[in-house]
Write a protein that binds this ligand. Structure first.
Ligand code: ADP
Ligand code: MG
Length: 317
C-alpha cells in the first residue's frame, strides 16, 4: 500500500430526517493501526462504517480509503473488507463454498478461489469445518467465517462492525485474537466497532469514542483514559489520630478532602480538581501530607480504566 494514512475522513456527515446520525466526522488512521471505534448504541458507528465502505452515500464531507478518494467507490470497494453489523449467511452452503463464491466474485479462478478459501478457513480456525453447512455453525463460527470473507480480496483496510457481539467469552477471545493477527500478519488497517470496552483495551492501538454522531475522545487507550479525566476520586490511608492533621495539610490545596478515623483506620477521601493532570494532583496531595509529617499508609485512585473514561464522555450532560 502507498505510504500515508489508510483512512482519512473530513467533515463526514449523515442525517436521517431530523436525526443527525454522523455529524462532521474527522478521522485520520495510520496504516497498520487497529482502531477501536467505540460508542453506545445509536452513536453513529454503523452509519460511519457504511459511508466509509461506500454502501451509504454521505450527505457531506469527504474521505479517502487506502489513498482512494470517495469519488471512486468501486475502487474503494476493491481495497476494503467488511464484516457488516448484521451479516447474513446462506444456510444451505458450506463455509468453503461460500468463501469460494466470494473469491470468484473478486476474479479468482475456480482453483485459486478454492485455495484462498481453504487458507482463510485455516486462518480463522475453521479448517476442519469448511465442508460443514453454515446452518450448523455456531454464532462464533459464523462471525469467524464473516471475518474470513472480509479478507478474501486481501484488503488494505478491514471494517468489522461489532464482531464480538453476542459471542460467549470463548468466542470473543477467539475473534479478538484473530483481529490482532489481521493487523500483525497482513499489515492491514482494522477499524473495529464495538461497545465492549475490554475488546478495545485488549487489541486496539488507538481508540475513537463516538457519542451522538460526534467524536468525544480519541487517542491511545492511555491518552483517552487520561484526557477523559476518569480518575477524579482517590483515597489516602493515614493513622487514625493523624486525620485532622492531614485535613489541615490539604486545606491549602485544590484537592478537596474529607475524612474520618474509624477504629484503627484513618481514611481520607479525595476529590481531585478537574483540569489538572491526575498524576500532578495526586502527587501534590501526597507530598503535602509527607511534608506535614503525616505517614501515608496507602493511596488509591478510583477509575483510570477505559470503562470510566467511556462513561465520563458519553453520559448525558
Ligand atoms: N436507516 C435509518 N433510518 C433512520 N435512522 C437511522 C437509520 N440508521 C440509523 N439511524 C439512526 O442513526 C443513529 C445512528 O445509528 P447507528 O449508526 O446504527 O449507530 P450505532 O451503530 O453506533 O449503534 C441512531 O439514532 C439511529 O437510530
Ligand atoms: Mg451499529
Amino acid at each position: 500500500m502507498a505510504a500515508g494514512p489508510a483512512l482519512v475522513a473530513s467533515e463526514l456527515r449523515k442525517t436521517y430526517g431530523r436525526i443527525v446520525a454522523v455529524e462532521s466526522l474527522d478521522l485520520e488512521v495510520a496504516a497498520g493501526t487497529v482502531l477501536g471505534f467505540l460508542g453506545p448504541n445509536g452513536a453513529g458507528k454503523t452509519t460511519a462504517i457504511r459511508m466509509l465502505t461506500t454502501i451509504l452515500p454521505a450527505d457531506g464531507g469527504s474521505f479517502t480509503v487506502a489513498g482512494v478518494p470517495h469519488s471512486r467507490p468501486a475502487k474503494i470497494r476493491r481495497r476494503v473488507g467488511v464484516l457488516p453489523e448484521s451479516a447474513g449467511y446462506p444456510p444451505a452452503q458450506s463455509g468453503e463454498e461460500w468463501l469460494c463464491y466470494h473469491a470468484e466474485l473478486y476474479g479468482h479462478s475456480r482453483a485459486d478461489a478454492r485455495r484462498t478459501a481453504r487458507r482463510l478457513l485455516a486462518d480463522v480456525g475453521l479448517a476442519e469445518r469448511g465442508s460443514t453447512l453454515i446452518s450448523a455453525y455456531s454464532r462464533g463460527m459464523k462471525q469467524r467465517l464473516g471475518i474470513a470473507r472480509a479478507l478474501v480480496n486481501d484488503p488494505d483496510v478491514v471494517f468489522l462492525d461489532e464482531p464480538a457481539l453476542g459471542l460467549d467469552p470463548m468466542g470473543q477471545a477467539q475473534v479478538l485474537e484473530l483481529i490482532g493477527g489481521i493487523a500483525r500478519e497482513r499489515g492491514a488497517t482494522v477499524l473495529l466497532s464495538t461497545h465492549v470496552l475490554a475488546d478495545v483495551e485488549q487489541v486496539c492501538d488507538r481508540v475513537v469514542i463516538l457519542n451522538r454522531g460526534k467524536i468525544v475522545a480519541e487517542g491511545t487507550v492511555a491518552e483517552v483514559v487520561r484526557k477523559a479525566a476518569a480518575a477524579r476520586h482517590g483515597r489516602v490511608r493515614v493513622p487514625p489520630e493523624q486525620v485532622e492533621r492531614a485535613l489541615t495539610a490539604l486545606a491549602g490545596t485544590d484537592v478537596l478532602a474529607h475524612g474520618q478515623g474509624r477504629g484503627a483506620l484513618g481514611e481520607l477521601e479525595l476529590s481531585l480538581p478537574a483540569g489538572v493532570e491526575v498524576e500532578t494532583a495526586a502527587t501534590t496531595a501526597i507530598s503535602r501530607l509527607i511534608a506535614a509529617g503525616v505517614p501515608v499508609l496507602g493511596f488509591s485512585l478510583d477509575g483510570g480504566r477505559l470503562s470510566d473514561a467511556f462513561l465520563a464522555v458519553t453520559e448525558d450532560a
